[in-house]
Design a binder for this molecule. Structure first.
Ligand code: ZN
Length: 84
C-alpha cells in the first residue's frame, strides 16, 4: 500500500464531485471510477457527501428516472468549497 500524505485537497474534491453524479449512474470508465473510489476512501468529507448523494439518487431513481435537480449539485459544490 502506498502511504501518501493524506493532505486534504479541496481542488481534487471539487473535481471528484463534478464526476460523482456520473459515477453513481455508472457512466464513467472503470479507471475513473477506481480513481474516485480511491480518493473517497481517504477523504472523509467526500465519504459524507457521497453518502448523501447516493441516498438522494436512490430516492430519485425510486421516483422513475427523475434527474438529479441542478440545485443539488450546486449545494454539493458549495459544501466542498466550504470545507476546511
Ligand atoms: Zn475528497
Amino acid at each position: 500500500m502506498n502511504t501518501r500524505h493524506s493532505t486534504h485537497d479541496p481542488q481534487k474534491c471539487r473535481l471528484m464531485f463534478e464526476r460523482l453524479s456520473e459515477y453513481i449512474d455508472n457512466e464513467l470508465d472503470e479507471r475513473i471510477c477506481n480513481d474516485i473510489e480511491r480518493h473517497i476512501r481517504d477523504c472523509v468529507p467526500c465519504q459524507v457527501c457521497l453518502g448523501t448523494l447516493k441516498r438522494t439518487i436512490e430516492l430519485c431513481k425510486h421516483m422513475k428516472n427523475v434527474p438529479v435537480p441542478p440545485r443539488f449539485s450546486a449545494n454539493l459544490r458549495e459544501l466542498i468549497e466550504n470545507l476546511p
